[in-house]
Design a protein around this ligand. Structure first.
Ligand code: FAD
Ligand code: MLT
Ligand code: ZN
Length: 479
């Protein structure tokens, strides 16, 4: 059964009928109105297999106009909808809770333009991130974000979750990189904010409301995004540390001595490596000599091949002499580098193979970041396996508890402890994955009641019938 099974259906929403389906067919055409059980079933369940809805209808619009007509109709009929991108979200935000109509953006995957003087890509929301990466790389640019789900996630989904990922340490948040958006509001109004300017202080910068709002304020249909230049030299090192304090010191040392060329600083504990070796096909442990407690992946990207390599080698040598690094290796070719990355990016894929996974995505000051992993391990005991990994350079811990199946007994050991602990550190209970249905009622652990009230007012202003992605993001009490 679904992890959101306890949530009551809001009875003020209409129930889909055959007239609705006929209307959608008249607007979108037969083949874009999907009722086939198998195809709808795939869209009803999330990537982890943890959240399942019972929608009867999947719509595949091909244009902004079609999205606008769908929303305008659903709003007047009071039919609830859930926008869906690549369906790789990890908080149950992208699937229906009950019978919401699923609006998939997958059919809107055209690249509109690329400005190769300024490095600005304009495209539709349903473009797959990896396809955009290949496209801009051919032109000598890169996407400012990268994540393990790149082969399936959409840029519209990335923007709607404000995805962080593996390049955040270098290129920062989508709040900085997204230059413009086109969004369709709940009543069908098309909001054109698709500018491509770096600087534009004319009134409120409304696009930011939609970045990270998880489909609760509008449907993102087009995107303009800044793409940094592709630099010629990339190096990847895979290092081990004996204790967490060394990882922390290594981060500071990397910032000081690698400086501007650092493009990733990721960490994972021993349990993650064991899991990756067990479940990921074709990967090799880069440091097989001995098990270490922690592993760090450092990537550098710069403009001078010999200088960058020498800098990384000197850094590695010094860190070993200083005792921060126990062992380490620098990738000698692309296949070795991609093996290092495959281990780090594959942790989520490996973890779902165990059965049940409880995922927490926390922002915590770096010096405290691993404490919660150890505390959790002692709370959960033999009931589950606890993993700690994540974007250490950004102060973002992924805390996963794995078990063969979901059980209330484990959950009681985890929640509310994990939220209270994080709140006490003034951390965030969602660093980059969003709140979705998993944490809609938990927002107060990270936001003041005044802030949550104001969010409720904004939601009511933009979506007065509350048709957009119900039961997600905000607590029912403010709606
Ligand atoms: P979906 O999962 O389809 O949707 C996510 C949310 O956005 C939902 O609430 C949905 O309603 C809404 N939405 C989707 N498209 C639109 C749209 N066009 N308009 C309005 N709302 C929309 N996240 C990170 O931040 N960093 C990572 O490193 C990272 N790595 C991941 C690795 C793996 C293997 C997986 C499975 C997930 C990972 N994620 C990561 C989670 C992350 O949120 C998603 O991968 C991605 O950003 C979601 O994109 P999507 O297209 O799949 O969106
Ligand atoms: C990651 O960094 O690997 C992602 O955010 C996905 C996850 O935590 O499972
Ligand atoms: Zn992550």
């Amino acid at each position: 059964s679904s992890a959101a099974a306890h949530i009551q259906r809001n009875p003020t929403y209409s129930v889909l009928n055959s007239n609705d389906v006929s209307y959608f067919k008249s607007v979108l055409g037969e083949s874009s109105v999907v009722q086939d059980e198998d195809r709808v079933a795939v869209a009803n369940v999330d990537w982890m297999g943890k959240y399942k809805g019972s929608s009867q209808l999947l719509l595949l619009p091909k244009s902004t106009t079609e999205v606008s007509k769908i929303l305008s109709y659903c709003n007047s009929r009071r039919l609830a909808v859930v926008p869906q991108g690549g369906n790789t979200g990890l908080v149950g935000g992208s699937v229906p809770v009950h019978d919401e109509v699923i609006i998939s953006l997958g059919g809107m995957n055209n690249i509109i333009s690329f400005d190769n003087v300024n490095g600005i890509l304009t495209c539709e929301a349903g473009c797959v991130l990896e396809n955009l990466s290949s496209f801009v790389e051919n032109k000598g640019f890169i996407m400012p974000l990268d994540l393990g789900a790149k082969g399936s996630c959409h840029i519209g989904g990335n923007i709607s979750t404000n995805a962080g990922g593996l390049r955040f340490i270098r290129y920062g948040s989508l709040h900085g990189n997204v230059l413009g958006l086109e969004v369709v509001l709940a009543n069908g109004t098309v909001l054109d904010m698709l500018t491509t300017l770096r600087k534009d202080n004319t009134g409120y910068d409304l696009k930011h409301l939609f970045i990270g709002s998880e489909g609760s304020l509008g449907v993102v249909t087009k995107v303009a995004i800044l793409t940094p230049a592709k630099l010629p030299s990339t190096n990847v090192a895979f290092l081990s540390c004996n204790d967490y304090m060394s990882c922390q010191k290594l981060l500071l040392a990397a910032k000081r001595s690698l400086g501007e060329i650092v493009s990733a600083f990721e960490f994972m504990d021993r349990h993650c490596i064991d899991l990756a070796m067990k479940y990921l096909e074709g990967v090799q442990n880069p440091l097989p000599a001995s098990p270490y407690n922690f592993y760090v992946l450092i990537e550098t990207t710069g403009s001078d091949e010999s200088y960058d390599k020498a800098k990384l080698e000197a850094f590695l040598l010094r860190s070993m002499e200083d005792g921060l690094v126990a062992d380490g290796v620098i990738a000698q070719d692309i296949s070795q580098a991609s093996n290092f990355w495959r281990i780090r990016e594959g942790i989520s894929e490996a973890s779902v193979k165990v059965g049940a996974v409880y995922k927490y995505d926390l922002s915590i000051p770096v010096e405290k970041l691993y404490d919660i992993v150890e505390e959790m391990r002692s709370r959960v005991g033999g009931m589950g396996e606890v993993l700690g990994y994540g974007h250490l350079g950004d102060g973002n811990l992924h805390l996963n508890i794995l078990s063969s199946k979901y059980s209330d007994k484990i959950l009681e050991q985890i929640e509310p402890f994990v939220y209270e602990w994080t709140s006490n550190q003034r951390g965030s209970i969602s660093a980059e994955h969003g709140l979705g249905v998993m944490k809609a009622e938990k927002i107060h652990y990270s936001k003041s009641s005044e802030a949550v009230q104001l969010m409720g007012s904004i939601k009511k202003l933009l979506d007065p019938n509350s048709i957009l992605n119900p039961y997600k993001v905000l607590p029912q009490s403010v709606l």
